[in-house]
Design a protein around this ligand. Structure first.
Ligand SMILES: *Cc1c(COP(=O)(O)O)cnc(C)c1O
Length: 386
């Protein structure tokens, strides 16, 4: 290890599980064939691809031909939005209204904005409550005859809140509108079922659940109109041409299986640690608030705002004190723009600029949490006086 800092940023990324790495290893060497080749080398690689697709689809309660492997969560979100909206426009020109929540990941928000600004789609933001959650009744009220697609994040990366995906799915299905959910964070902590949730498109990315970076998948329900974003070969039903990244596809399937299998045993441990962390922060630090829902949130996710404090300074001081945390948004040092998600849940600028996200993972322990709670009061005090 280069650093012995305590890692509390598992929502940003996770280390690759050693079983996942071992499962991938042969496909860099011995089994290097191109799955499209007719010879044995190719067939062996194709078998690995078929098995991986089966694994991912069965976890989601989908069919193998409904899984498209992509380069990650961002590409899955882009393919879901651009692919379906372009295909629908080709069929029925008046389907041009798009509903998203104001707490989507950048991969959805900026894609939707680009579609509105450059391609003439009408983008409307759904209302959210103070925890950043969408109400299915509001989705029903906002859907119009010209609505093409609804996209609502399953569990928010910044503030951890979980949305009522099943109820929103039922509303969209009843109204005949396509429903996409970004489940990139949720995939690490909740069992996913695209049938029960009546989801048409669902995005996942491996590096948020102990798989490698640069690989993801999009579930596309059979019959959903969708265009690929690139031209090329017939790989991934023609939706994602180019020779498949076999080792990484094996990796995402293995990581997804391991993660989903351990949910039942690990969730309670995460909730205990998370709630100890949340109550420790709220009880010992002045002028702090929890962001996101207190209970309906990712089991490993705690997020806060501190009044009159620069979130980036706090992160730097925490790093020096031995802890790797996040502000929760992609806002980097030097751009003091408050997060859109925090503004959408009604926080004032002076609160929103002081955000902190602490996310737990497989290696997190009670001791990590206690040590964090010991140093935080002084670090916050220092950050406020800087
Ligand atoms: C990380 C993340 C993404 C982007 O996924 P990448 O694989 O990093 O491209 C999209 N949505 C959510 C909710 C995320 O947390």
């Amino acid at each position: 290890m280069l650093t012995d800092n305590i890692y509390l940023d598992y929502a940003a990324t996770t280390p690759v599980d050693r079983h996942v790495l071992a499962a991938m290893q042969p496909y860099f060497g011995e089994v290097f064939g191109n799955p499209s080749s007719v010879h044995r080398h190719g067939q062996e690689a194709e078998q690995a691809l078929i098995q991986a697709r089966k694994k991912v689809s069965s976890i989601l309660h989908a069919r193998p031909d409904e899984i498209i492997f992509t380069s990650g969560g961002t590409e899955s979100d882009n393919l879901a939005l651009r692919g379906t909206l372009f295909a629908l426009r080709q069929r029925r020109n008046r389907l041009q209204h798009v509903l998203i929540s104001p707490v989507e990941h950048h991969a959805v928000v900026s894609t939707a904005r680009h579609l509105a600004e450059e391609f003439g789609y009408e983008l409307e933001m759904l209302p959210v409550n103070e925890y950043g959650q969408v109400d299915a009744a509001d989705v029903a009220a906002c859907i119009r005859p010209e609505t093409a697609l609804v996209s609502v994040i399953y569990a928010n990366n910044e503030i951890g809140s979980v949305n009522p995906i099943r109820e929103i799915g039922a509303v969209c299905r009843a109204k005949g509108v396509l429903f996409h959910t970004d489940a990139v964070q949720a995939a690490a902590h909740f069992p996913l079922n695209v049938q029960q949730d009546q989801v048409d498109l669902l995005s996942i990315g491996a590096h948020k659940f102990y798989g490698p970076k640069g690989i993801g998948a999009l579930y596309v329900r059979r019959g959903v109109p969708i265009f690929g974003l690139m031209g090329g070969g017939k790989q991934e039903s023609g939706l994602r041409p180019g020779t498949e990244n076999v080792p990484y596809i094996v990796g995402i399937a293995e990581a997804f299986e391991i993660t989903q299998d351990e949910i039942v045993n690990c969730t309670q441990k995460f909730i205990l640690l998370r709630d100890r962390l949340i109550s420790g922060v709220l009880e010992n630090i002045p002028r702090v608030r929890l962001t996101g829902h207190p209970v309906e949130r990712l089991p490993n996710h705690a997020s806060f705002v501190f009044e009159a404090l620069d979130g980036n300074k706090l992160l730097m001081l925490l790093d020096m004190a031995g802890f790797s945390c996040s502000s929760g948004s992609a806002c980097k040092t030097g751009s003091p723009k408050p997060s859109e998600v925090l503004m959408a849940i009604g926080l004032s600028r002076s609160w929103a600029l002081g955000s902190l996200r602490v996310t737990l993972g497989r290696d997190s322990t009670e001791e990590h949490v206690e040590r964090f709670l010991e140093v935080l009061p002084k670090v916050v005090k220092d950050a406020r006086s800087l």
